[in-house]
Design a protein around this ligand. Structure first.
Ligand code: ATP
Length: 357
């Protein structure tokens, strides 16, 4: 079993605490993505698991074994770095063999593992080349190949796609997902790219300023964000947030009055005893264009993307609103449009940023 259990992890560099009591369970064979903005502590968390940093507090277990006291080489982990970290003077074959040779693996086993990794990654033709004779995408495969040859219990990936162009990134995303299915190994992948997280993860761990904001399957995190931070971070274009001036009750549901007097019904039950929302959120595709809609907006910019139209607008108090219209939309800059957010999709946020569903 290669379940990874992170319990109460904290890390400080000198006086600066960069991780605060992080606890996450990652199941055997799961593809977990650590997602968050730059500087939130994703890489530090990965390096702690790999043993490249020491914990200030907490425990790390793989299966039944506590590993945070072990040397990196004894943890049963292989890490793929953003920079690939290949030895430039060695051939691809020698790069793949290096780590195994160092731990005294017999030559026939090394050859077999290299063959296996080369076949999986389709790099058989590249084994005698040096890294400088490879494209970025090929180098990245070699870096993944080096991890595969170690037959680790757990793979760690530190933003491995960030040096690739957009098209190659999209292809490699799919390849890594296939690799995961093929190997069935536990994988932990760091990124600040929410598309990577949504498409690859079986579990997303959203981090913010050294803390875990939410853990869950991608669609759950997307549809039921626990906080305003998660709601804003996941989804492109971003969720809209409209400030609430006052709330009242309408048939057991909360009704919000906005600054311009517009009233929005919600499906937030007043009986749930929530704090009052200070904002309501809805995604750009969760609205209907309707002259009688409560939100009156003025259009600023129209982006026609072919398959859909994105409209950038604002309410009379200046609150920005983005909504998605169909591809043949005739909307133009300067138009005044009524919008009706889908009742069941509106999320309230209280003053502390907690979501009220
Ligand atoms: P990015 O997406 O930019 O790589 P990240 O989420 O991976 O960011 P980390 O690299 O883990 O973030 O850094 C978290 C915080 O810890 C940052 O404020 C960073 O400056 C700090 N930090 C990281 N490594 C060290 C170090 N060796 N010494 C001191 N501070 C560090």
């Amino acid at each position: 079993m290669a379940a990874v259990d992170l319990r109460g992890l904290s890390k400080a560099f000198g006086l600066v605490k960069v991780l605060h009591d992080v606890s996450v369970d990652i199941g055997d064979g799961e593809f977990a993505v650590l997602l968050g903005p730059s500087g939130c502590g994703k890489t530090t968390l990965l390096r702690l698991i790999a043993g490249l940093e020491t914990l200030s507090d907490g425990e790390i277990r793989i299966g039944d074994e506590r590993i945070d006291q072990l040397q990196p080489g004894q943890r049963g982990i292989a890490m793929v770095f953003q920079s690939y970290a290949l030895y430039p003077h060695m051939s691809v074959r020698a790069n793949l063999a290096y780590g195994l040779k160092n731990i005294g693996t017999p030559a026939n086993v090394i050859a077999q593992r290299i063959d296996q990794a080369a076949t999986i990654l389709e790099i058989e033709q590249l084994l005698d080349r040096k890294p400088h004779q490879l494209s970025g995408g090929q180098r990245q495969r070699v870096a993944i190949g080096r991890a595969i040859t170690k037959s680790p219990k757990v793979f760690l990936f530190d933003e491995p796609l960030s040096n690739l162009d957009a098209a190659l990134r999209a292809r490699t995303r799919v390849e890594i997902s296939k690799l995961h299915q093929q190997l069935g190994a536990t994988m932990i992948f760091v990124t600040h790219d929410q598309v990577e997280a949504m498409t690859m993860a079986s579990k997303i761990v959203v981090m913010n300023a050294g803390r875990v904001e939410q853990v869950g399957p991608p669609l759950e995190v997307y549809r039921h964000p626990a906080t305003r931070f998660v709601a804003a971070f996941i989804g492109t274009p971003q969720m809209n947030f409209v400030p609430v001036n006052q709330t009242s009750e309408n048939g057991g549901w909360l009704q919000a009055t906005l600054k311009d007097g517009a009233r929005l019904d919600t499906r937030i039950a007043t009986s749930a005893g929530h704090a009052s929302p200070v904002e309501l959120g809805f995604r750009p595709d969760e609205v209907a264009v309707d002259p009688d809609g409560a939100l009156k907006i003025e259009v600023e910019v129209v982006e026609r993307l072919g398959d859909r139209t994105l409209v950038y607008a604002h309410l009379s108090d200046g609150t920005p609103i983005i909504y998605q219209d169909h591809s043949d939309s005739q909307v133009q800059r300067g138009d005044r449009v009524g919008l009706r957010p889908h009742l069941h999709k509106l999320i309230g946020f209280d003053g502390s940023g907690k979501a009220l569903h």
